[in-house]
Design a protein around this ligand. Structure first.
Ligand code: KG4
Ligand code: ZN
Length: 356
């Protein structure tokens, strides 16, 4: 049994987890997530400097609680991992320095983990996760990507958002409708009382050079603007804003766009399994629509457990364990942090000469 202590601080959750695997069974021994949502909600979104300061305050206590709850000691751990990219640099620095300090103190190997590889590894905690190759729809607050996952963690991005991520659109529309931050869960809640067919909102596409459209790519900023124009018009007419109907119509369009393009991409690339991960993957409308539409095409859908959709350290630990399963992986203690690194370059985190 291999045991990993993992740290996640790339955005506004301070999280430490201890996970293990034996064979294909992945187990969470502890997964402490200290959310900073309350600190950021009054500002309507994540304030990077505030988030970094909060991580510094919280990390000793989150670490202590995670170790205590796991009933293990750090001496028993095989590898210490932390998210090193992508994310807010001030935030990533806190997790990475904590992990590397522990590695030095306890003479443990260090693994820097790509945050998106963490999200796609959250599926390892669900029963019957698929064998490679499969298509992953990664939908979070920072990313909307379609990633083909092959053997040996070979990853190829087949689609992406050219502007806002789907979660970002939920957050911006949530703010616009006065629902607070984060917008996703608030929109999902109020949408339950609304009519999803009430408003016809646009499914924005990205044009290609030949006069057609990029089939697997996304754009959500036009949708957000369409909601803004709709609200402005209703205000001008002096009518009451039908918040539940707008929320439900918006949620339906986002889910339809994500489902249609993901299934198109899976069919065109002969992939029979779709994995859905990331914060927006917690959305019930998206989950149900994806399962229904994919089953019509005989494609199997694998959804991340709801509790592991938003940021947490257990998924970072799973990413490290999955790599360790096939061969030893270790990052240089000189590995820094970076706001950006494409997912298909995640392998470079384990090279002798670090990419950053
Ligand atoms: O994965 P995550 O915790 O952070 C990033 O890596 O970005 O995702 C957070 C995002 C936020 O934009 C939030 O509004 C969205 O996920 N989200 C949801 C739901 N729960 C969280 N969006 C739609 N429906 C939900 N139930
Ligand atoms: Zn995330």
């Amino acid at each position: 049994m291999l045991k990993v202590l993992a740290i996640e601080t790339s955005c506004d959750e301070t999280s430490v987890s201890i996970v293990s695997n034996s064979g294909d069974i992945y187990k969470i021994h502890s997964n402490i997530v200290a959310s900073q949502i309350e600190d950021h909600s009054k500002w309507g979104g994540v304030v990077p400097e505030l988030a970094a300061r909060k991580h510094l305050e919280l990390i000793p206590f989150v670490l202590e609680q995670a170790v205590k709850e796991s009933k293990m000691s750090i001496e028993e751990i095989d590898v210490i991992a932390s998210t090193v990219t992508p994310g807010l640099v001030g935030c990533l620095r806190v997790g990475s320095i904590t992990a590397r300090a522990l590695c030095t103190l306890y003479s443990k190997p260090f693994m820097g983990v790509h945050h998106l590889e963490g999200h796609l590894s959250s599926i390892l905690f669900s029963k019957n996760y698929p064998k490679t190759p499969f298509l992953t729809l990664l939908v979070s607050g920072g990313h909307t990507e379609l990633i083909k996952v092959g053997d040996q963690r070979k990853m190829k991005r087949l689609g992406r958002s050219y502007d806002d991520a789907a979660g970002e659109a939920f957050d911006k529309v949530g703010r616009l409708l006065g629902l607070g931050y984060p917008g996703g869960p608030a929109i999902e809640k109020i949408a339950k009382e609304g009519n999803a067919s009430k408003f016809n909102l646009p499914k924005c596409k990205i044009s290609d050079k030949k006069g057609g459209f990029l089939k697997y790519d996304f754009s959500f900023s036009g949708l957000k603007t369409a909601v803004l124009r709709l609200v402005e018009k209703i205000n001008l007419d002096g009518d009451e804003i039908p918040i539940p109907d707008i929320a439900a119509s918006f949620e339906r369009v986002v889910a339809e766009v994500l489902v249609e393009r993901t299934i198109r991409c899976a069919i065109d690339n002969s992939l029979n399994n779709i994995v859905v991960v990331g914060g927006v993957a917690a959305n019930d409308t998206l989950r149900k629509m994806m399962i229904y539409e994919a089953s019509e095409k005989s494609i199997k859908v694998h959804l991340a457990p709801i509790s592991l959709c938003t940021d947490n350290a257990a998924m970072i630990g799973a990413a490290a364990l999955f790599r360790l399963k096939s061969r030893p992986h270790e990052s240089s203690l000189k590995l820094g942090i970076s706001a950006r690194l494409p997912i298909d370059q995640a392998n470079t985190l384990y090279e002798k000469k670090p990419p950053f």
